[in-house]
Design a protein around this ligand. Structure first.
Ligand SMILES: [Zn+2]
Length: 290
């Protein structure tokens, strides 16, 4: 069993990538596994429609310890969290296991909980490659520091103007708040990329994935000897058990791989100017220039 862990900002196309990967043989997508505990405590539904605590799949996977009793993430808070993230990044770079009681008690404990769930899901589904769409760079570092040989990242990028507009449209946040979130997330992603080594990190751009889904998937799956059989999202099952996905993929809405670049027409001029002033350097660094 191996884990492909998607790392990136929200609204970067990670749900699309997860679903495309899950269509291939021997691949199973978990969604945002790190949120399993919190979402079941909040009585949120699984993608199958049942509340997570009542979903047959997750009840079977969780066994005697129900999802709502599980601590699947070390919730970010304060300076200790930031320091432990940097310490984990340094240890990963050096090929070491991070030292310290705090790592074992918080970060590693959450990683171990997730790893046991990976194992149970692999048993249940027979999958050889699991997709964890948890996205958060800090949680990825806990996983990688704890299971360096089994957890591989894919760093997913999208034009920051697209991320900003998608967040504004979806959640109603102001341009300033959306840009703050973008900048903060890019910094965390860089910490995680540097921990892996910039020339070793596997990258994927949302725009390139939409342009050539077969090629993009083949590149990600070739290390696992998994062929790309289809990129037809219409083949996606309606009864799925991924956690916390994008609402676009719920229900019977038409599914296709289609590049969403509505920001080019719809992003308000003042928001675009604020983005250019505050974040264009980061966006250029990711290769988005026009
Ligand atoms: Zn379910």
């Amino acid at each position: 069993m191996r884990i492909l862990y998607l790392v990136g900002d929200s609204r970067s196309g990670s749900t699309l990538l997860q679903h495309l990967l899950s269509l291939q043989p021997g691949v199973h997508a978990l969604g945002e596994l790190r949120r399993l505990g919190a979402l079941s405590r909040a009585n949120q539904p699984c993608a199958c429609g049942a509340p997570l605590g009542e979903c047959e799949f997750w009840c079977g996977v969780c066994g005697e310890t129900p999802a709502e009793q599980r601590t699947t993430e070390n919730v970010p808070s304060g300076l200790a969290w930031r320091l432990s993230m940097l310490r984990e990044a340094t240890a990963i770079r050096g090929g070491l296991i991070p030292a310290g009681a705090l790592f074992r008690r918080r970060s590693h404990a959450a990683a171990k909980e997730c790893f046991r769930l990976y194992e149970a899901v692999a048993r249940e589904t027979g999958a050889s490659l699991l997709i964890d769409n948890s996205k958060e760079p800090d949680h990825f570092l806990h996983m990688r520091a704890s299971y360096p040989d089994l957890v591989e990242p894919v760093f997913l990028h999208r034009d920051g103007r697209g991320i900003t507009w998608s967040k504004m449209r979806r959640t109603g946040v102001s341009a300033g708040a959306a840009i703050d979130g973008y900048i903060w997330m890019q910094r965390l992603i860089e910490t995680a990329r540097r921990a892996i080594g910039l020339n070793k990190a596997t990258e994927m751009k949302y725009e390139e994935l939409c342009e050539d889904p077969e090629g993009g998937l083949a590149r990600l799956l070739s290390p696992y000897d998994i062929p790309v059989e289809t990129v037809d999202l219409g083949e996606l099952s309606d009864v799925r058990h991924d956690i916390g996905g994008s609402p676009t993929f719920k229900g019977a809405e038409r599914r296709e791989v289609k590049l969403d670049e509505r920001w080019r027409e719809d992003l308000p001029q003042d928001a675009l100017e604020e983005f250019q002033r505050r974040a264009s350097r980061l966006n250029h660094f990711r290769g988005y220039t026009d």
